[in-house]
Design a protein around this ligand. Structure first.
Ligand SMILES: *[C@@H]1O[C@H](CO)[C@@H](O)[C@H](O)[C@H]1NC(C)=O
Length: 500
């Protein structure tokens, strides 16, 4: 069920991007956007939520009875439907979120990829048959869907994060109830309509993948609701903590993907031809609004000045512009509040001893543009360095030794992504080992961002501990039963207990 929200954004956000792009953009897309955002300004309320949960629960009864490989077939069709609309959906992401067009398309591609992955998985999920210590008994692990999976996603990946959750949750046999970010509701509506059509063409209830657009009231209702068998939340650590506590209060299950404060460490033996584009992409891509954005760059003292100079040169060449232009590499921030947070962080960095090597200012053009920024000279433990600011600010820090820099990588509260650049084999394995990076994503000679769907995605500590997408993440969307079946004729109890 679809209810449209009142756009939270004023001129300078989605409307100004639409107006600026009107000359070039696909006329139809624009017409849809304008009609959706201006004529039907309506947000889902708690009554709508109640009705939607009931419909999703009803739909689950149908979905749970369908064999997993057949559910996979439906997910395959969803992937195909997304493939057909990949460009138009990518443009809508670009329009509403503000990321550049290729990244918007890339995000839909991630959803397509995870659908393919889920199709294969739909024939593989299952548990082992374990050896029973009792004669004539079988010990079987059975996995069942949890039921209804609530998915709350953030503005920065308005398609991919829902895709990761819903494709896997669906093949596991769950119904989904999605609440996207209030500022990217057009994307949520468009994606839901594509999925609903596939379901309904297969004579299945569209409510298997339900949507409620709304604000914090809906999010809170989901967190408190016992009927939400799993709540997957992607967003800030601050809100994620509130969600986690509300879900824990009712002994519910949550899957959390929260903040990151990701570091790239460059050793003296690193290939600097790799380092410069990698650091640039990780720090500046999506205007610094990825959870895996590189925010800290640790440089060995022997190469510090050289790398800073080269990086500043590379920053100066970043093509800033309209996210819809194929030439643009770097677009605007999502909202005006983000611009304010950017300026605050730059100010704090200066107060705490940092020097702005490049950037640091708002760009004088409509639409929330700020300069990609490099700050040097801060101590590794400056409070601002330990703060995740969702903006393109890179703190460059100097180190001497491996041991200290591994410790600095781990000293922040968050534990999402991390990278080293080196050719030293021993160091690489120390980095992957128990005294190396404590993050969920641990890279070597590639940057912190750009995860593949085949691996488990997520992080430790204040990042929330959840894992999504690949590997055995599917287990988080299911409940495990340990089943003992007696097929014998007598009564041997476990541990040799005699009960007479
Ligand atoms: C297993 O089933 C048989 C046949 O019903 C019964 O005689 C036996 O007591 C059962 N064993 C246990 C451990 O329950």
């Amino acid at each position: 069920m679809v209810k449209l929200p009142i756009p939270h954004q004023g001129p300078g956000d989605v409307e100004s991007r639409a107006a600026a792009g009107a000359r070039r953009c696909q006329g139809l897309l624009l017409a849809i956007c304008l009609r959706l955002s201006w004529e039907e300004k309506q947000s889902g309320n708690l009554e709508d939520y109640e009705e939607t949960v009931k419909k999703a629960k009803e739909a689950w009864k149908v979905w749970a009875d369908i064999p997993a490989p057949k559910r996979g077939e439906i997910v395959r069709q969803i992937g195909d439907a997304l493939r057909q609309k990949i460009k138009v959906l990518g443009s809508l992401v670009s329009l509403e979120m503000g990321k550049i067009f290729v990244e918007g398309v890339g995000e839909v591609q991630e959803y397509v990829d995870v659908c393919d992955y889920a199709v294969g998985l739909s024939r593989m999920i299952g548990g082992p048959i374990l050896p029973s210590e009792r004669p004539g008994h079988a010990l079987i692990e059975q996995w069942n869907p949890v039921g209804l999976v609530g998915v709350i996603t953030a503005f920065n990946f308005p398609v991919a994060v829902y895709g990761w959750n819903s494709a896997i949750a669906m093949i596991c046999g769950n119904a989904c109830l999605w609440k996207g970010a209030p500022t990217t509701s057009l994307v949520s509506v468009a994606v839901t309509k594509i999925i609903a059509k596939v379901l309904e063409d297969n004579k299945l209830p569209g409510a298997i993948c339900s949507l409620v657009c709304g604000g914090a009231d809906i999010g809170t209702a989901m967190a408190r609701d016992e009927r939400m068998d799993l709540l997957s939340f992607t967003g800030s650590t601050k809100v994620g903590k509130q969600v986690a506590l509300m879900v824990q209060e009712r002994f519910g299950r949550s899957l959390l993907e929260l903040g990151g404060n990701n570091a790239i460490i460059v050793f003296e033996d690193a290939d600097l031809n790799l380092v410069i584009p990698s650091a640039l992409f990780a720090a500046v891509g999506t205007a610094g609004q990825r959870c895996t954005t590189a925010r800290r760059l640790f440089l060995h003292e022997s190469i510090h000045d050289e790398v800073v100079a080269k990086l500043a040169k590379a920053y100066a060449q970043v093509r800033i512009g309209d996210p819809w232009d194929s030439d643009t590499l770097y677009g605007p921030l999502h909202t005006k509040e983000a611009v304010k947070m950017f300026l605050d962080a730059v100010e704090q960095a200066k107060q705490q001893g940092g020097s702005v090597v490049c950037g640091g200012k708002v760009i004088n053009r409509p639409g929330n543009y700020v300069e990609p920024t490099i700050v040097t000279g801060l101590p590794h433990n400056a409070p601002i360095v330990h703060t995740e600011t969702f903006a393109p600010i890179l703190y460059v820090l100097k180190f001497k030794e491996e041991e200290e820099v591994f410790a600095w990588n781990n000293e922040v509260k968050q534990g999402l992504s991390s990278s080293i650049f080196t050719k030293d084999l021993g160091r690489i394995f120390r980095w992957l080992g128990p005294k190396g990076s404590d993050c969920g994503i641990v890279n070597v000679n590639i940057p912190t961002s750009g995860a593949e769907i085949g691996g488990a995605f997520g992080g430790e500590k204040h990042t929330g501990g959840g894992r999504e997408s690949g590997s055995d993440s599917w287990k988080l969307y299911m409940r495990r039963s340990t089943c003992t079946i007696n097929y014998s004729k007598d009564l041997p109890l476990a541990q040799g207990i005699k009960f007479q």
